[in-house]
Design a protein. Structure first.
Length: 294
Protein backbone atom coordinates (compact mmCIF):
# COMPACT_ATOMS: atom_id res chain seq x y z
CA UNK A 1 0.00 0.00 0.00
CA UNK A 2 3.02 2.32 0.03
CA UNK A 3 2.28 3.22 -3.62
CA UNK A 4 -0.87 5.16 -2.67
CA UNK A 5 -0.15 8.79 -3.51
CA UNK A 6 -2.26 11.82 -2.62
CA UNK A 7 -2.34 14.63 -5.21
CA UNK A 8 -0.95 17.96 -4.05
CA UNK A 9 -3.49 19.78 -1.86
CA UNK A 10 -1.59 23.05 -1.35
CA UNK A 11 -3.89 26.07 -0.87
CA UNK A 12 -6.94 23.84 -0.41
CA UNK A 13 -9.10 23.78 2.70
CA UNK A 14 -10.89 20.60 3.72
CA UNK A 15 -13.39 20.03 6.51
CA UNK A 16 -13.38 16.50 7.95
CA UNK A 17 -16.05 15.41 10.43
CA UNK A 18 -15.25 12.98 13.24
CA UNK A 19 -11.57 13.83 12.89
CA UNK A 20 -10.36 13.16 16.42
CA UNK A 21 -9.83 9.41 15.90
CA UNK A 22 -9.95 6.51 13.48
CA UNK A 23 -10.68 7.15 9.81
CA UNK A 24 -11.26 10.87 10.31
CA UNK A 25 -7.90 11.35 12.00
CA UNK A 26 -6.07 9.44 9.26
CA UNK A 27 -7.97 11.26 6.51
CA UNK A 28 -7.00 14.57 8.08
CA UNK A 29 -3.40 13.46 8.42
CA UNK A 30 -3.13 12.44 4.75
CA UNK A 31 -4.77 15.60 3.42
CA UNK A 32 -2.61 17.84 5.58
CA UNK A 33 0.55 15.92 4.64
CA UNK A 34 -0.31 16.66 0.99
CA UNK A 35 -0.33 20.39 1.79
CA UNK A 36 -3.96 21.07 2.68
CA UNK A 37 -5.34 23.11 5.54
CA UNK A 38 -7.70 20.74 7.35
CA UNK A 39 -10.48 21.76 9.69
CA UNK A 40 -10.79 18.78 12.00
CA UNK A 41 -14.22 18.69 13.61
CA UNK A 42 -14.87 16.86 16.86
CA UNK A 43 -17.69 16.63 19.36
CA UNK A 44 -15.20 16.57 22.24
CA UNK A 45 -13.03 19.68 22.02
CA UNK A 46 -10.22 18.28 24.17
CA UNK A 47 -9.95 15.14 22.05
CA UNK A 48 -10.04 17.28 18.93
CA UNK A 49 -7.16 19.44 20.13
CA UNK A 50 -5.09 16.38 21.07
CA UNK A 51 -5.71 14.83 17.64
CA UNK A 52 -4.80 18.06 15.86
CA UNK A 53 -1.55 18.30 17.79
CA UNK A 54 -0.75 14.70 16.87
CA UNK A 55 -1.19 15.57 13.19
CA UNK A 56 0.85 18.78 13.47
CA UNK A 57 3.83 16.94 14.94
CA UNK A 58 4.17 14.79 11.84
CA UNK A 59 3.62 17.41 9.15
CA UNK A 60 7.21 18.56 8.79
CA UNK A 61 6.25 21.98 7.53
CA UNK A 62 3.60 20.87 5.02
CA UNK A 63 -0.07 21.59 5.50
CA UNK A 64 -1.85 22.78 8.63
CA UNK A 65 -4.80 21.89 10.83
CA UNK A 66 -7.28 23.53 13.14
CA UNK A 67 -10.15 22.23 15.28
CA UNK A 68 -13.84 23.10 15.14
CA UNK A 69 -16.57 21.91 17.49
CA UNK A 70 -19.34 19.87 15.87
CA UNK A 71 -21.96 17.51 17.28
CA UNK A 72 -23.85 15.93 14.38
CA UNK A 73 -26.50 14.67 16.79
CA UNK A 74 -27.49 18.28 17.52
CA UNK A 75 -28.72 20.46 14.64
CA UNK A 76 -28.00 23.59 16.67
CA UNK A 77 -24.32 22.61 16.68
CA UNK A 78 -24.43 21.92 12.94
CA UNK A 79 -25.99 25.32 12.27
CA UNK A 80 -23.51 27.10 14.52
CA UNK A 81 -20.54 25.75 12.58
CA UNK A 82 -22.09 26.42 9.18
CA UNK A 83 -23.35 29.91 9.99
CA UNK A 84 -19.92 30.91 11.25
CA UNK A 85 -18.18 29.71 8.09
CA UNK A 86 -16.92 32.60 5.95
CA UNK A 87 -14.02 31.06 3.98
CA UNK A 88 -13.71 29.24 0.68
CA UNK A 89 -13.86 25.48 1.18
CA UNK A 90 -12.43 23.03 -1.30
CA UNK A 91 -14.38 20.11 0.07
CA UNK A 92 -16.08 18.26 2.91
CA UNK A 93 -15.40 14.69 4.02
CA UNK A 94 -18.55 13.60 5.86
CA UNK A 95 -16.81 10.89 7.85
CA UNK A 96 -18.18 10.92 11.40
CA UNK A 97 -20.45 8.09 12.42
CA UNK A 98 -21.62 5.71 15.10
CA UNK A 99 -22.14 1.97 14.66
CA UNK A 100 -24.70 -0.46 16.08
CA UNK A 101 -25.20 1.45 19.31
CA UNK A 102 -28.11 0.95 21.74
CA UNK A 103 -31.39 2.58 20.78
CA UNK A 104 -31.33 6.30 21.41
CA UNK A 105 -32.33 9.72 20.12
CA UNK A 106 -30.48 12.77 18.94
CA UNK A 107 -31.10 16.15 20.57
CA UNK A 108 -33.71 16.79 17.88
CA UNK A 109 -35.51 13.48 18.44
CA UNK A 110 -34.16 11.46 15.50
CA UNK A 111 -33.14 7.81 15.81
CA UNK A 112 -29.52 8.11 16.88
CA UNK A 113 -27.72 6.30 14.04
CA UNK A 114 -29.78 7.75 11.18
CA UNK A 115 -29.71 11.14 12.87
CA UNK A 116 -25.94 11.21 13.32
CA UNK A 117 -24.75 9.34 10.25
CA UNK A 118 -27.17 10.82 7.72
CA UNK A 119 -29.36 13.69 8.90
CA UNK A 120 -26.59 15.63 10.65
CA UNK A 121 -24.40 15.40 7.57
CA UNK A 122 -27.33 16.21 5.27
CA UNK A 123 -27.87 19.48 7.12
CA UNK A 124 -24.16 20.30 7.37
CA UNK A 125 -23.41 19.70 3.69
CA UNK A 126 -26.38 21.72 2.46
CA UNK A 127 -25.57 24.62 4.77
CA UNK A 128 -21.90 24.66 3.70
CA UNK A 129 -22.50 23.94 0.01
CA UNK A 130 -22.43 27.59 -1.14
CA UNK A 131 -18.79 27.70 0.06
CA UNK A 132 -17.68 24.37 -1.47
CA UNK A 133 -15.59 24.55 -4.63
CA UNK A 134 -14.94 20.94 -5.58
CA UNK A 135 -16.05 17.91 -3.60
CA UNK A 136 -18.40 16.39 -1.05
CA UNK A 137 -17.33 12.93 0.12
CA UNK A 138 -19.70 10.82 2.19
CA UNK A 139 -18.39 7.79 4.05
CA UNK A 140 -20.68 4.77 3.84
CA UNK A 141 -20.06 1.10 4.59
CA UNK A 142 -20.10 -2.26 2.83
CA UNK A 143 -22.77 -3.03 5.43
CA UNK A 144 -25.18 -0.70 3.62
CA UNK A 145 -26.30 -3.77 1.68
CA UNK A 146 -29.63 -5.07 2.91
CA UNK A 147 -33.32 -4.11 2.91
CA UNK A 148 -34.49 -0.82 1.42
CA UNK A 149 -35.34 2.11 3.65
CA UNK A 150 -38.67 1.75 5.44
CA UNK A 151 -40.11 5.22 4.93
CA UNK A 152 -43.08 4.29 7.13
CA UNK A 153 -40.77 3.61 10.07
CA UNK A 154 -37.45 5.39 9.45
CA UNK A 155 -36.72 5.62 13.18
CA UNK A 156 -37.41 1.88 13.69
CA UNK A 157 -39.94 2.54 16.42
CA UNK A 158 -41.81 -0.70 15.71
CA UNK A 159 -38.77 -2.91 16.13
CA UNK A 160 -35.29 -1.53 16.79
CA UNK A 161 -32.23 -3.50 15.76
CA UNK A 162 -28.73 -1.98 16.13
CA UNK A 163 -27.57 -3.68 12.93
CA UNK A 164 -30.62 -2.64 10.92
CA UNK A 165 -30.31 0.95 12.16
CA UNK A 166 -26.68 1.07 11.08
CA UNK A 167 -27.40 -0.57 7.71
CA UNK A 168 -30.13 1.88 6.83
CA UNK A 169 -28.08 4.88 7.96
CA UNK A 170 -25.27 3.86 5.58
CA UNK A 171 -27.74 3.09 2.80
CA UNK A 172 -29.10 6.60 3.37
CA UNK A 173 -25.57 7.94 2.96
CA UNK A 174 -25.31 6.46 -0.54
CA UNK A 175 -28.80 7.58 -1.52
CA UNK A 176 -27.88 11.08 -0.34
CA UNK A 177 -24.73 11.02 -2.49
CA UNK A 178 -26.74 9.96 -5.54
CA UNK A 179 -29.37 12.67 -5.16
CA UNK A 180 -26.79 15.31 -4.28
CA UNK A 181 -24.85 14.49 -7.45
CA UNK A 182 -28.05 14.60 -9.51
CA UNK A 183 -28.87 18.05 -8.17
CA UNK A 184 -25.33 19.32 -8.61
CA UNK A 185 -25.30 18.14 -12.21
CA UNK A 186 -28.70 19.66 -12.95
CA UNK A 187 -27.62 23.01 -11.51
CA UNK A 188 -24.41 23.11 -13.56
CA UNK A 189 -22.27 23.29 -10.41
CA UNK A 190 -18.61 22.30 -10.60
CA UNK A 191 -18.89 20.45 -7.28
CA UNK A 192 -18.94 16.65 -7.35
CA UNK A 193 -20.45 14.25 -4.81
CA UNK A 194 -18.58 11.00 -4.22
CA UNK A 195 -18.68 8.29 -1.57
CA UNK A 196 -16.33 5.79 0.01
CA UNK A 197 -16.22 2.87 2.40
CA UNK A 198 -13.18 1.68 4.40
CA UNK A 199 -13.65 -2.07 4.16
CA UNK A 200 -12.86 -3.68 7.48
CA UNK A 201 -10.62 -1.19 9.28
CA UNK A 202 -9.73 -1.34 12.95
CA UNK A 203 -11.13 1.76 14.68
CA UNK A 204 -12.99 2.51 17.89
CA UNK A 205 -16.23 2.48 15.88
CA UNK A 206 -16.60 -1.23 16.62
CA UNK A 207 -16.41 -0.85 20.40
CA UNK A 208 -19.88 0.55 21.16
CA UNK A 209 -22.19 -2.28 20.08
CA UNK A 210 -25.50 -2.58 21.89
CA UNK A 211 -24.67 -6.25 22.62
CA UNK A 212 -21.55 -6.50 24.85
CA UNK A 213 -20.53 -9.86 23.39
CA UNK A 214 -20.29 -8.26 19.95
CA UNK A 215 -17.73 -5.78 21.28
CA UNK A 216 -15.53 -8.73 22.25
CA UNK A 217 -15.97 -10.44 18.88
CA UNK A 218 -15.25 -7.23 17.01
CA UNK A 219 -12.12 -6.64 19.09
CA UNK A 220 -10.87 -10.06 17.98
CA UNK A 221 -11.76 -9.25 14.38
CA UNK A 222 -9.89 -5.96 14.61
CA UNK A 223 -6.73 -7.81 15.60
CA UNK A 224 -7.02 -10.76 13.22
CA UNK A 225 -8.83 -9.59 10.07
CA UNK A 226 -9.00 -5.81 9.93
CA UNK A 227 -6.63 -3.42 8.23
CA UNK A 228 -5.30 -0.28 9.90
CA UNK A 229 -7.29 2.92 10.16
CA UNK A 230 -4.72 4.53 7.86
CA UNK A 231 -5.40 1.96 5.15
CA UNK A 232 -9.14 2.26 5.75
CA UNK A 233 -8.99 6.01 5.17
CA UNK A 234 -7.45 5.68 1.72
CA UNK A 235 -10.76 5.18 -0.13
CA UNK A 236 -12.04 8.42 1.43
CA UNK A 237 -8.89 10.26 0.39
CA UNK A 238 -9.12 8.87 -3.13
CA UNK A 239 -12.78 9.90 -3.35
CA UNK A 240 -11.75 13.37 -2.19
CA UNK A 241 -8.64 14.06 -4.24
CA UNK A 242 -8.61 11.94 -7.41
CA UNK A 243 -10.28 13.10 -10.63
CA UNK A 244 -13.38 10.92 -10.40
CA UNK A 245 -16.78 11.17 -12.03
CA UNK A 246 -19.46 12.50 -9.70
CA UNK A 247 -21.31 9.70 -7.94
CA UNK A 248 -18.26 7.39 -7.82
CA UNK A 249 -18.15 5.04 -4.83
CA UNK A 250 -14.67 3.97 -3.71
CA UNK A 251 -13.63 1.06 -1.50
CA UNK A 252 -10.90 -1.56 -1.00
CA UNK A 253 -10.42 -3.77 -4.03
CA UNK A 254 -9.53 -7.14 -2.48
CA UNK A 255 -11.20 -9.87 -0.41
CA UNK A 256 -14.69 -8.79 -1.33
CA UNK A 257 -14.02 -5.19 -0.40
CA UNK A 258 -12.57 -5.91 3.03
CA UNK A 259 -9.07 -4.67 2.26
CA UNK A 260 -6.66 -3.78 -0.52
CA UNK A 261 -5.88 -0.77 -2.69
CA UNK A 262 -8.76 1.68 -3.12
CA UNK A 263 -10.75 1.49 -6.37
CA UNK A 264 -14.30 2.08 -7.62
CA UNK A 265 -16.66 -0.20 -5.69
CA UNK A 266 -20.08 -1.70 -6.29
CA UNK A 267 -23.19 -0.68 -4.39
CA UNK A 268 -26.45 -2.49 -3.79
CA UNK A 269 -29.50 -2.15 -6.03
CA UNK A 270 -31.23 -0.43 -3.10
CA UNK A 271 -28.47 2.22 -3.06
CA UNK A 272 -29.02 2.88 -6.78
CA UNK A 273 -32.76 3.51 -6.43
CA UNK A 274 -33.28 7.06 -7.77
CA UNK A 275 -36.84 7.20 -6.50
CA UNK A 276 -35.78 6.31 -2.97
CA UNK A 277 -32.95 8.87 -3.17
CA UNK A 278 -35.35 11.67 -4.08
CA UNK A 279 -37.86 10.63 -1.45
CA UNK A 280 -35.16 10.48 1.22
CA UNK A 281 -34.00 13.96 0.25
CA UNK A 282 -37.51 15.35 0.67
CA UNK A 283 -37.94 13.62 4.04
CA UNK A 284 -34.52 14.85 5.18
CA UNK A 285 -35.39 18.44 4.26
CA UNK A 286 -38.62 18.15 6.24
CA UNK A 287 -36.94 16.64 9.29
CA UNK A 288 -33.95 19.00 9.44
CA UNK A 289 -35.51 22.19 8.12
CA UNK A 290 -32.54 22.53 5.75
CA UNK A 291 -33.16 22.75 2.01
CA UNK A 292 -31.23 22.68 -1.25
CA UNK A 293 -28.74 25.53 -1.22
CA UNK A 294 -27.86 26.02 -4.92
Amino acid sequence: MSDFLVPDQTDRTWLVTGANSGLGLETSRMLAAAGAHVVMTARDAAKGRAAAEEVRVGLGGRGSVEVAALDLADLASVRALAEGWERPLHGVVANAGIMMVPQGRTVDGFELQLGTNHLGHFALVNLLLPHVADRVVSVSSALHKGPPLDFDDLFLERSYSPGRAYQQSKLATLLFTAELQRRLGASGAAVRATAAHPGYAATNLQSHHAVPLMNTLMAVGNRVVATSAEEGARPSVMAATYDLVGGTYVGPSRLGGLRGAPAPASRSLEAADDGAARRLWDVSEELTGVGWAL
